[in-house]
Ligand binder design. Structure first.
Ligand SMILES: C[S@@+](CC[C@H](N)C(=O)[O-])C[C@H]1O[C@@H](n2cnc3c(N)ncnc32)[C@H](O)[C@@H]1O
Length: 344
């Protein structure tokens, strides 16, 4: 990975320190203070609570500074634009990357700067490079690790041993590549609407000489693959980026793509019905430019899968890091869940 200089490293590690304070000190304090409130008062308390105002300010602005501040990820890549573009456009082996000029990203995705990423994750040619850097830089406790996807694959392994895997919304390949390690005999295909992310995924797969992988530009709601092409259709952190209508279309498409006995398994976020947890989660969606987090939480995902024909549906809490679900852990965390359905 290209070094962007000591100023960049110092600035980003300062932000990481602030984020650790936010998640490990400010969030537990807010939770203690909210404990005295009646559930119906939690929402209204936000205007008067200084702790909450500080919490919300830091959540919004640390992320903004990470991407767009003076030493933010986006401006710090600008001097190296030509170098990155040349790297992304290098010739690749046949079938590793298939782009489709007719696949336009949906307006629900392009009209917002998702995660406060300037221009979103499919606009600029460097969006994949910037997204990759962003995913490493600012989660206290797991800034550089890719363990999350390995832990997800362990849950997948408890359910099935797939041979033909489709990873919906594969991004820059962070979710797709671990399948090639955990299921070495499987053929793995990643699809996404973002050309800059797909190029990043394909170039890094090529550099790592991964053979059983392919990337394709496509919407999850409507893919170019024939029926029954896969025995696992999966996604990580895709569903909360889609409005309910697109989620329903994606579930229907997953059913069409699966062979009988195949599984659809998704890793995403669903806050439980604790009013404080919901308040925090919905606020995160607003502050981080993720407007479909709340609609996903409010729709009945289990019923959606059932209506598409899936059986044996399960929605289970997911422990994204060691001891994350322990009662002793009082830090902020996403309300991770794994959602499973089987095609009869
Ligand atoms: C939060 S990222 C997750 C990426 C990857 N799965 C991971 O775990 O790192 C969500 C990805 O979904 C993609 N996406 C959003 N809507 C999509 C759609 N309708 N069809 C396909 N991909 C989509 C975005 O471009 C983005 O790369």
């Amino acid at each position: 990975m290209k070094q962007l200089g000591r100023r960049f490293d110092a600035y980003q590690s300062f932000l990481l320190g602030c984020k650790s304070y936010w998640s490990g000190s400010l969030y537990p304090q807010l939770k203690i203070e909210s404990g005295d409130l009646k559930p119906e008062d939690i929402d209204a308390s936000k205007s008067s609570s200084v702790t909450y105002q500080y919490y919300a300010f830091l959540e919004r602005h640390l992320q903004r500074m990470k991407y767009s501040g003076r030493y933010g990820i986006a401006p710090m890549h600008e001097p190296f634009r030509d170098e990155f573009e040349e790297w992304l456009d290098q010739p690749l082996p046949k079938n590793l990357l298939s782009l489709d000029a007719d696949c336009t990203p949906p307006a629900y995705f392009t009209e917002i700067d998702i995660h406060q990423h300037p221009g979103g994750t499919c606009g600029d040619t460097l969006a994949g490079v910037i997204y990759d850097r962003g995913s490493r830089s600012m989660w206290p406790g797991r800034s550089k690790d890719r363990g999350l996807h390995g832990r997800f694959n362990a849950v997948v392994k408890e359910t099935c041993e797939p041979h033909n895997i489709l990873d919906l919304g594969c991004g820059f390949g962070k979710s797709t590549q671990p399948f090639t390690i955990d299921f070495p005999k499987a053929q793995v295909t990643g699809i996404d609407i973002s050309v800059p992310c797909l190029k990043f995924a394909a170039v890094t797969a090529n550099e790592e000489n991964i053979q059983n992988i392919g990337y394709r530009q496509s919407r999850a709601e409507e893919t170019p693959f024939p029926p029954t092409s896969f025995d696992l259709v999966t996604s990580t952190m895709l569903l909360h980026e889609m409005p309910p209508k697109a989620i329903r279309a994606t579930a229907k498409e997953a059913f069409r793509l699966l062979e009988a006995g195949g599984y659809t398994i998704h890793l995403d976020y669903l806050a439980d019905d604790d009013p404080f947890n919901r308040f925090i989660h919905y606020g995160h969606g607003q502050r981080n430019n993720e407007p479909y987090m709340r609609p996903l939480n409010e729709m009945d995902l289990g019923s959606t899968l059932r209506e598409c024909g899936f059986e044996d549906i399960k929605i289970m809490p997911f422990e994204e890091a060691p001891n994350a679900l322990s009662p002793a852990n009082d830090s902020w965390r996403f309300p991770w869940v794994v959602v499973v359905g089987r095609k009869p």
